[in-house]
Structures are given as structure tokens and as C-alpha cells.
Design a protein around this ligand. Sequence first.
Ligand SMILES: [Zn+2]
Length: 83
Amino acid sequence: MTVTTNNIKKKKGANTTKKSPPLCPDCGSVLQKCLIQQNYAMVICPDEKCGYPFNQRRVQENLVYVDDSEVIPVAKQRLSDRE
Ligand SMILES: [Zn+2]
């Protein structure tokens, strides 16, 4: 019996070539991106019991704050455009 194992998977590499998803530092769950604006997303933990990053004191660093004064004029303008 001649077993020819010529290292077929030579340069294929493992299936770990994908970008490993970010894990929650608290519970280890795979973090998900929550889109809060067209161009802005926040990385949150899907585990409700965990609540990352809302249990962090520095959560504000992960949030892009949009004031109502910025949103309302845009919304009104959109409404007026429909007329
Ligand atoms: Zn978590």
C-alpha cells in the first residue's frame, strides 16, 4: 500500500483565514454591529444578560451622539420635499 500524502493542503491553509469576529470581552459572545446611522454602527453584545458595552463606563467612546437639533431639521426637510 502506497499512501501518497503529498501535502495536498499545502497552501490552502486552514479555514481560519476569515477575519475572526470580535468577541465580547465580558462573556465571549460574538459581537454584533448595530447600525445606528447610515454610516455609523455600534458594536454591541447580543447577549441581553451581558449588556456590553452598555455596562461599560466608557460606552460614550463607542457612541456617536446625534443631537435632536440635527435630526429634526433633516426630517422636516424630507417631509417638505414630498410636497
Ligand atoms: Zn457579552
